[in-house]
Design a protein around this ligand. Structure first.
Ligand code: ATP
Length: 238
């Protein structure tokens, strides 16, 4: 079994004339948390969305679990073992908590398995259990983030792609979300974490990749990064 779950090589993402990601290469180790850091507009979300198959790869290669997925559609990528927590949570506001999980589960697992996973999620996140019949749009930002994580877990992913999970949350809720991220990692899920809050991301990450202007400005362990003032200015500019 390879110790790499995600391998990105010379990835380019373009939006018409805008070259948002410029030939970046990095990988994500099995069982670790890799933080993807950088200022606004550095290209972090575009990288994540290209890995997820949501935006096309203009050039370069993406492999997940040793298989090439450069041209794969998002549903195939999710079925291969990837969970996605998109920026802004994107829960279905007009569906209940439970219905959000039903929608996710229907596509990802046979009905009895999906039902069992829904029950697991209600136990893992008791607040979602308490609010199972409430509309997701009425949940707090932190509760919506938990629902977004629960939805991603419905497919029993081996790799989670998380885009700005702490954005807009109260400090206490940020701590809760980060405890959940660490718990998932302890359970063996590999995580690629895009975060504005670099200090917090570096507390939990085993490896960090810093982007600037669509390129990789540097990468290493959190300790490596702490000692590099030039890199620090790239990710602290966020
Ligand atoms: P943020 O933290 O603000 O989300 P980011 O590091 O995730 O920043 P991206 O969102 O990937 O950066 O954006 C990278 C570049 O691509 C930016 O210049 C942005 O304006 C541009 N961009 C992103 N999405 C689109 C789009 N749909 N069409 C055109 N340009 C885009």
């Amino acid at each position: 079994m390879s110790d790499t779950v995600l391998d990105v090589e010379a990835l380019d993402v373009r939006y018409g004339p805008v070259r948002a990601v410029r030939g970046i290469s990095f990988d994500v180790a099995r069982g670790g948390i890799t933080a993807l850091l950088g200022a606004n507009g550095a290209g972090k979300s575009s990288t994540l969305m290209a890995i997820a198959g949501v935006v096309p790869v203009a050039s370069g290669r993406v492999s997940l679990f040793g298989q090439p997925t450069t041209k794969s559609a998002p549903d195939a990528i999710v079925r291969s073992g990837v969970g996605i927590c998109p920026e802004g949570r994107r829960v279905f506001a007009s569906l209940s908590v439970e219905e959000n999980l039903i929608v996710a589960g229907t596509a990802l697992a046979p009905a009895p398995v999906a039902a069992a996973r829904r029950d697991e999620m209600m136990q893992r996140f008791p607040i979602l259990g308490e609010r199972r019949r409430q509309l997701a749009g009425l949940l707090s930002g932190g509760e919506q983030q938990m629902l977004a994580v629960a939805r991603a877990l419905m497919g029993a992913p081996k790799l989670l792609l998380m885009d700005e999970p702490s954005l807009g949350l109260a400090p206490q809720m940020v701590d809760t979300i980060f405890s959940i991220i660490e718990e998932l990692q302890r359970e063996g899920i590999s995580i690629l974490l895009v975060e504005q809050n670099a200090a917090l991301a570096l507390e939990v990450a085993s490896h960090a990749v810093v982007m600037a202007n669509g390129e990789i400005a540097g990468q290493g362990t959190p300790a490596d990064l702490a000692g590099d003032t030039l890199l620090k200015s790239a990710y602290l500019a966020a």
